[in-house]
Design a protein around this ligand. Sequence first.
Ligand SMILES: *Cc1c(COP(=O)(O)O)cnc(C)c1O
Length: 429
Amino acid sequence: MNYYSLNKQAPKVSFQEAVVQGLAPDKGLYFPESISKLPQSFFDSIENLSNEEIAFEVINQFVGNEIPEKELRQIISETLSFDFPLIKVEENIYSLELFHGPTMAFKDVGARFMSRCLAYFNKGKDLKNTVLVATSGDTGGAVAAGFLDVKGVEVVILYPSGKVSDIQEKQLTTLGQNITALEVDGVFDDCQEMVKKAFLDEDLKFKNLTSANSINIARWLPQMFYFFFAYKELKKENKPLVISCPSGNFGNICAGILAKKLGLPIEHFVASTNINDTVPKFLKTGKYDPKPSKATISNAMDVGNPSNFIRIQELYGNDLENFRNDFSSYSFSDEETKQAILEIYKKSNYIAEPHGAVGFLGLKRELEKYPNSIGIFLETAHPIKFSDSVQEILSVKLSIPEQIESVLDKEKKSSKISNYEDLKAFLLS
Ligand SMILES: *Cc1c(COP(=O)(O)O)cnc(C)c1O
C-alpha cells in the first residue's frame, strides 16, 4: 500500500517509509492511496471471529505485503493482549472501555502496534530509530511502555516539569532500558516546540528521528479495531449505532470514520470536546479557525488545532455536507463534565473519568435525534489516571489497579533540560 502526503508536495511512500518518517517531508500527514471495503462475508460472520482475526482483516490492506502474514499476526497478537469490555451503563447506552492495557490509556494499542512494526523493519539491520515525543501526560506513558525493550529503537520523552500527575510521571520515568525521560523546565508547548525543532535539525538527521503521536499511521490505523470490536458485541441487537469519541487530536474518531469506509455499519459519529471547540465551531460555521489550547480537567483533549482534522476532511472529500451527514461535534465545559461524572455514578453506579464523561455528554445530546439507536461512548482512560478530579467530584477513594501499583514504588529517573540546546546536546551525546 502506498501513502500520499495531504500537502501533496512530497512523493508517495510505502507503509514502511510512512511509519519510519512519521510526517512527510512537506510536513503533510500521510494518507492511504486506496481504501477497499471489506467483503460482506466478513461482517456476516464477525461474531465468530476473535479480536485478533478481526484486527488482521482490518489492517491487512494498509500494510500490504510489507510485513508477511505470519509476522503481522504476531504483531497484532502482542498489541491486543488485553480486553476491550463493553459495559452497559443505561438502557441502550454502553461504555467501550479502552483502558485495560499496560498504562491504562487507550493509546496503548497504537503505541504497541507502532513499536512492533518498527522493530520488524529494523530486524537484522544496524539501523536505529529514535522516537521523540512530547507529552502532556498520557501519550508519553503509553509510548514508553509500548516501546520498552523493542530492539533498534531509542525513545526520548519530553514532559513539562511539575505539570503531569504523579502516576503519569512514574509511568514515564521509571522504565529505564531504551526509554529516557527529559523533564523540561517549561510547559507542554515548550516540549512540543523543541521536538519540532529537532525534526528539522540537519545535524540530527543521522538519528533517524520519528514521532509516535497519531500523525504516525502506525499509531492511527490500529485504532480502527475498537469500532469493529464494539460492532461485534452489539450486532445481535440489530439497531443503528451512534458512537461518541472524546476528541483531542481527533485520531481516534478519524480511525472510526475509516472503519465506516471499510463497510462497518455505524450510523453516526459524535466528536465530543471540552471547551477547545475548534471542530464544533467548524461544523456550525464552515470556518476552520484554530486557537491556542485552554486548560481543562480533560487535559488529554486540550488541543486547539487537532492534527487529524485534515485526514477527516479528506475522508469526507472536503465536502461539508458529507461531513455533517455523518458527523456531529459538541463542546462541554468542565462544570458540565463534573456534573456528568456525578450523574453517571448516581444513576448507574459507574465511575467515568473526565474524558469519558465528555464522550457521554455528546452521546446523550446526539441520541435525542436517534431515539431508536444504541449509543456507545469511548472510555479512554482508567479513572485512576485522573483520580484527583474523580475522587473530589464523587467523594470516593479509588482503589489502585495492579498495573499502576507496580510503578508507584519504582524510582524516578529523569534528566532536567531547559532549552533546545540541552535537548540537542543530549541527542548528540
Ligand atoms: C489522547 C486522549 C484522548 C483524545 O484522543 P484523540 O485521538 O487525540 O482525539 C482522549 N482521552 C484520553 C484519555 C487521551 O489520552
